[in-house]
Write a protein that binds this ligand. Structure first.
Ligand code: CA
Length: 618
């Protein structure tokens, strides 16, 4: 974008009262279904200007002042306009004029080519500050509030960046992942804790410590060259308290509890009673307390009921999809913003990009809530959201693996958990994960039990679900020293820093146990990548018995049989119980040991663990 400020000279001398500091979105495109565009203009006293545009196909439909004199909202209609640049001329009250050059770009590819992640994908979730430092020159900047890196502090910046991800795309591809979800890469110019990324201070700017917009685009392009989708982590609920607009908010209701914030009064925090979104009997007080309260003191709660903010956020998401060629969005804290807005937001995106996908974060162990947010369910709320997160099933799997095997506990909890799928509009579009950036590492959750960690990953990988895993789980990264500690969960990936003693990218110095786990994940993910049975197969499972649980996926000639065995001693599995699968005589290969066997009447399971059998793929 090129910004041109022209001040006109008058008899009395030079008049340049208004400085246009920002026009957002910084550019737009031709050819969207929605031909409206609302520009937010920011500059000293710009609210008193009268804008005009002389460009074929573009017209000014409406101009709105804000509560602050330094904002102007301009509604444009972009009909049959050609791509190109045009001048927006602002006539000021004093007769002076300012001209701002704005660009309408041509879209690079058709809307249908923006294909979102789906259940054929395995997503690698990355905390960019902690994955790899590919560019030491961007580690810190004097002009930012948090000035230094400190790798000895788990809550300080460590220097990881976009370049570090680009540098290791080969590793991610070889591991069998088909999508990456880096936690937010936009600027968090906060005093502290900026590494996590969820306190944005400019929704249009990449954090320079992560890199540049050009590098973000390079990441997307280079990932796409390998068939890897880029998912952007976005936050509509809140910004960082250091957001540039916090000193001069456009409207009196731009954020919730704005008056309290501006008067320095005690803030009101969210009551976190997320069920008020569904509860037929919820009081107004509780509903308000949930959606309007602030998440934390450093993250002002945005008021999406303000239509200008709502439009701002929708256009911001579309701008990023179009700019980066995204393969999906992960939306943070989904139940916290105004839910009518979230429906509009997701709807607007899906209208422009029919093949796109968005996953919303609802941290709930209650399948009814996971169901509620997913599009296609017959309830009073039309969410437009294709994908939700399966915290419920994640919990069942961990609980079931850890529990003693009894009639009602152990593997049966997993089996019965999966039975909840009947309630979902689209279970295959729900995202399952062993762990994420906010949860203990799966290895820690399971008491550092390698066999159970493998069971979890393999089981999740064969479920009719989108699969997501947190970076480093493939090498048994843990937070066992202080389970649940966020800084510890987000530990540096070994090999991502020049002085790393161990390099998990090359395997140098990696313990045998960790290497073996890495190989295991690699095999499972790479199999999953091309498996029709796992992408589109029929699912069937049998009630667990005597500490074993069998689940199959089948498509055409391809059959996957996964057996979880919790017995420490060797057991013999009676295969006659599974005769309805018609597998007798079929040759199977153990994906991990690569040994073949013929399905007969019984099967020896020599030890505790996961047995991943596949027929040959045709
Ligand atoms: Ca760096």
């Amino acid at each position: 974008m090129k910004k041109i400020l022209i001040c006109f000279f008058f008899l009395a001398g030079f008049s340049c009262f208004a400085q246009i500091e920002r026009v957002e979105p910084p550019n737009w495109w031709t050819g969207f279904k929605d031909t409206g565009l609302q520009l937010m203009v920011y500059g000293n006293n710009i609210g008193n200007a009268t804008p005009s545009i002389d460009y074929p196909g573009v017209s000014v439909e409406n101009v709105e002042k804000a509560d602050s004199p330094n904002y102007l909202f301009i509604d444009l209609a972009i009909g049959e306009a050609q791509a190109g640049t045009f001048d927006i001329t602002f006539a000021m009250e004093d007769g002076s004029k300012q001209v701002y050059e704005y660009e309408l770009k041509e879209r690079e590819k058709p809307a249908s080519a923006y294909v979102g992640f789906d259940n054929t994908d395995a997503i690698y979730l990355i905390t960019p500050d902690r994955f790899a430092n590919g560019d030491k020159s961007n580690d810190s900047f004097d002009y930012l509030n948090e000035k230094t890196i400190d790798r000895s502090d788990a809550y300080a910046r460590h220097g990881g960046d976009i370049r570090g991800i680009i540098d290791h795309l080969d590793y991610i591809e070889e591991m069998g992942f088909t999508a990456i979800w880096p936690s937010p890469l936009l600027i968090n110019d906060m005093e502290s804790g900026s590494y996590h990324g969820y306190a944005m201070t400019d929704f249009y700017k990449v954090d320079p410590r992560f890199g540049t917009l050009k590098e973000y685009k390079e990441l997307s392009d280079k990932a796409a060259d390998r068939g890897i989708k880029l998912i952007m982590d976005q936050v509509a609920n809140h910004s960082g308290v250091e957001h540039w607009w916090m000193d001069d908010l456009p409207f009196d209701n731009w954020i919730n509890f704005q008056e309290k914030f501006e008067n320095g009064e005690d803030l009101v925090y969210s009551n976190h009673r997320r069920t008020t979104n569904q509860d037929l009997y919820a009081s107004k007080t509780d509903k308000k307390g949930m959606t309007e309260g602030w998440f934390v003191a450093t993250m002002p709660d945005l008021n999406q009921e303000n239509p200008f903010l709502a439009q701002y956020l929708i256009q911001n998401s579309i701008w990023w999809i179009e700019t980066l060629g995204l393969g999906g969005i992960r939306q943070d804290t989904y139940p916290y913003p105004d839910k009518a807005f979230m429906s509009d937001w997701a709807g607007a995106i899906m209208k422009e990009y029919p093949n796109f996908n968005i996953v919303g974060e609802e941290w709930s162990l209650n399948p009814l809530l996971i169901r509620y947010w997913q599009d296609g369910v017959d309830n009073a709320y039309d969410s437009n959201l294709k994908s939700t997160m399966d915290f419920a099933m994640q919990d069942k799997i961990v609980t079931g693996l850890k529990a003693e095997e009894t009639w009602g506990t152990g593997l049966v909890e997993i089996y019965e958990g999966l039975a909840n799928d009947f309630a979902y509009a689209d279970p295959e579009n729900i995202m399952i994960f062993p762990d994420n950036h906010d949860k203990s590492r799966i290895y820690t959750q399971l008491g550092e039990d390698v066999a159970k960690t493998k069971m979890t990953i393999a089981y999740m990988a064969v479920l009719p679900r989108i699969f997501q895993m947190y970076y480093g789980t493939e090498i048994l990264m843990d937070d066992s020293e202080n389970p649940g500690d966020h800084g510890l969960i987000r530990t540096e990936f070994p090999g991502g820093w020049e002085d790393s003693q161990v390099n998990a990218f090359t395997g140098k110095g990696l313990s045998e146990k960790k290497s073996e786990m890495q190989e295991f994940v690699k095999k499972v993910m790479n199999y999953r990548k091309d498996s029709q049975a796992l992408h589109a197969g029929e699912t069937k499972h049998f009630a667990p018995q005597d500490g074993t649980y069998l689940i199959t996926r089948k498509k055409g000639k391809e059959v996957v049989v996964l057996i979880l065995n919790k017995n420490q001693e060797a057991v013999t599995l009676d295969l006659e119980r599974f005769s309805e699968l018609n597998l007798k005589g079929k040759t199977f290969k153990n994906l991990i040991s690569e040994k073949s066997f013929q399905w007969g009447s019984s099967l020896e399971l020599p030890e505790e663990g996961v047995y991943f059998f596949t027929t040959k793929m045709e």
